[in-house]
Design a protein around this ligand. Structure first.
Ligand SMILES: [Fe+2]
Length: 170
């Protein structure tokens, strides 16, 4: 790094990656994929060819063939348990724009910048909410009625599908 701009750019990338980007891909794992038949992790069989006994079985009992094809039971249970753990916030989570040490600085300038950042995050949450309610946006308002919440800055602890932690451990 040669300049202050380089430092700002680098810090911005690190903060984005370890906070919002991670939250967007992590905390929806269980809400979106916790029902494995909706999103099997593997296919154990090829699509049966017409005229084979496997094809006949597919025609007569598609559910049985589907269950024989997708992830096996034990791997499914392990996978669901794993993504449930990964999708949980700890009860003492500190979210982006929050501090667990209010005395972190007495300098006015960083305090003001931190306050401005918190207000910007609240605006983003409002914007996401209004986009979720905009019926013109078909990727937000579909038949399933699951609003997008992964980039809401804050959350309660637990399995909420929302909230951007200030930092991540994995
Ligand atoms: Fe993660």
């Amino acid at each position: 790094m040669q300049t202050r701009e380089d430092l700002v750019e680098t810090c911005t990338i690190i903060i984005w990656t370890a906070s919002a980007l991670h939250a967007a891909v992590n905390f929806g794992q269980y809400p979106y994929a916790g029902y494995l038949p909706n999103r099997p992790t593997i296919s154990r069989k090829f699509m049966p060819e017409k005229g084979t006994p496997e094809y006949k079985e597919l025609e007569s009992s598609p559910e049985t063939v589907f269950l024989k094809t997708i992830t096996a039971q034990l791997q499914t249970v392990l996978g669901i348990a794993l993504i449930e753990i990964l999708s949980r916030h700890s009860t003492d989570e500190v979210y982006l724009g929050q501090r667990d040490t209010p005395e972190w600085t007495a300098d006015t300038e960083p305090l003001k910048a931190f306050d401005k950042f918190g207000k910007k995050l609240a605006e983003i949450e409002d914007r996401i909410t209004s986009m979720n309610n905009d019926e013109k946006l078909k990727n937000r308002v579909g038949p399933v009625k699951v609003p997008y919440t992964l980039l809401f800055p804050t959350s309660e602890g637990g399995l909420t599908g929302r909230g951007i932690p200030n930092s991540v451990s994995i």
